[in-house]
Design a protein around this ligand. Structure first.
Ligand code: AMP
Length: 173
């Protein structure tokens, strides 16, 4: 497979002026690129006894469910407010553009569960950190955070310390 970055489309000034949006839809639409990406991310966890992949709405669902299927793990959804039907815990955070809240079902995890978190892009790290906070409240263990792409210049990696970060593609622009 040639450079996977060729399947990430740059959309300048989306959704706001000054944001260079990394559009992963061409990668998802290409069967070989998608399989190559999932294989590249999943390998480190085959022998890690992962119980759940916690998937962040919405593009994280696509990556995370593919990883969970390959790992024989369950899928837990972290969603925007008002989307999950049962009682929820919530966590608020700052974004590269604006602020937001995420929710998880109150009975989603238990102490000692081993999880990885999946999303498409690591930008400032606020979304992933809010998700880590939701997970650790249960006493569950965050084995790693997993992303298709990392925007290194936004320094999300520093925000997530000491948690592990596995990103397939790194962008410094
Ligand atoms: P952050 O909390 O800043 O790490 O933002 C991560 C979330 O926002 C991810 O779910 C991404 O899908 C999305 N996101 C933020 N910035 C970008 C960007 N420049 N390109 C694509 N997605 C982005």
């Amino acid at each position: 497979m040639s450079d996977l970055k060729e399947f990430i489309r740059e959309i300048p000034d989306f959704p706001k002026k000054g944001i260079n949006f990394k559009d992963i839809t061409p990668l998802l639409a290409n069967p070989k690129a998608f399989a190559f990406a999932v294989d590249g991310l999943v390998n480190g966890y085959i022998c890690e006894n992962i119980n759940y992949v916690v998937c962040i709405e919405a593009r994280g669902f696509v990556i995370g469910t593919a990883l969970a299927y390959r790992l024989g793990a369950g899928v837990i959804m972290v969603r925007k407010p008002g989307k999950l039907p049962y009682e929820c815990s919530s966590s608020s955070y700052d974004l590269e553009y604006g602020s937001a809240t995420l929710e998880i079902h109150k009975d989603a995890l238990k102490k000692g569960d081993r999880v990885i978190i999946a999303d498409d892009v690591l930008a400032t790290g606020g979304t992933a950190l809010a998700t880590i906070n939701l997970i650790t409240e249960f006493g569950a263990e965050v084995v790693d955070t997993v992303f298709l792409a990392e925007l290194s210049f936004l320094k999300g990696r520093e925000k997530l310390k000491p948690y592990g970060i596995n990103s397939l593609l790194k962008f410094d622009y």
